[in-house]
Design a protein around this ligand. Structure first.
Ligand SMILES: [Zn+2]
Length: 210
């Protein structure tokens, strides 16, 4: 019983510790964690996957359920090429503005859509807009998922300039989680340059399970 209580507390703490805090805890010094939100995207995701394959890099894709339903073959490709997959809500709505039940469905339906498309049970979830609220923490505990934030935002959703994204990426150090989006074009050009730079600095570009 005591062991079970300890396990529950540990899981709760894991859920509460977002992104970088968790990684700093395990003292990751030589890895950058590349993450892509809001996909899969019909045009951009294949190009991002090509670039990652070319560079020998892995990433984590936090996908939106209704896009998974449109592009299940892209989710399959993400999995087949060795990347990690997490949930990012069903429709990317502002969950805190929805009723508790509606927001829970937004949360859990994504996990189910991933399971339906590629038969895996993801345990990672990034809340839309990075909004961690008390209900969100409860959803994560109920859904047995871990909330993952980021430590550096590429700002690719506010700039189309690949140069600005590269500049931002240059700030990354070991243990950082770098936020990008599938549906922004600036990252397509920036990605190969950034990955090369990180690798030349001795940083391995990883998914969140490494
Ligand atoms: Zn998003």
């Amino acid at each position: 019983m005591r062991r079970k209580a300890k396990k529950v507390i540990k899981e709760l703490l894991y859920t509460l510790i977002p992104g970088k805090a968790l990684l700093q805890r395990v003292k990751v010094q030589n890895k950058v964690y590349l993450t892509f939100d809001d996909g899969p995207h019909g045009e951009n995701t294949p190009r991002l996957l090509d670039a990652l394959k070319e560079a020998g890099a892995r990433a984590t894709f936090f996908v939106v359920g209704k896009e998974v339903e449109k592009y299940p073959y892209l989710l399959q490709r993400i999995k087949d090429e060795g990347h990690l997959i997490g949930g990012h809500s069903w429709s990317h709505d502002k969950l805190p503005l929805l009723s508790f039940t509606k927001a829970w469905h937004e949360f859990i339906k994504t996990k189910k859509s991933i399971r339906k498309a590629i038969a895996i049970d993801t345990i990672l979830y990034r809340p839309p807009f990075g909004w961690i609220t008390v209900p969100m923490i409860l959803y994560a505990v109920l859904g047995r998922m871990r909330l993952i934030m980021w430590s550096i935002d590429s700002n690719d959703d506010s700039t189309q300039s690949s140069m600005a994204i590269i500049e931002r990426g240059r700030e990354a150090k070991g243990g950082d989680i770098f936020l990008c989006h599938d549906d922004n074009s600036g990252i397509i050009e920036a990605l190969p340059v950034l990955v090369k730079e990180w690798q030349s600095r001795g940083l391995k570009v990883c998914a969140l399970d490494e």
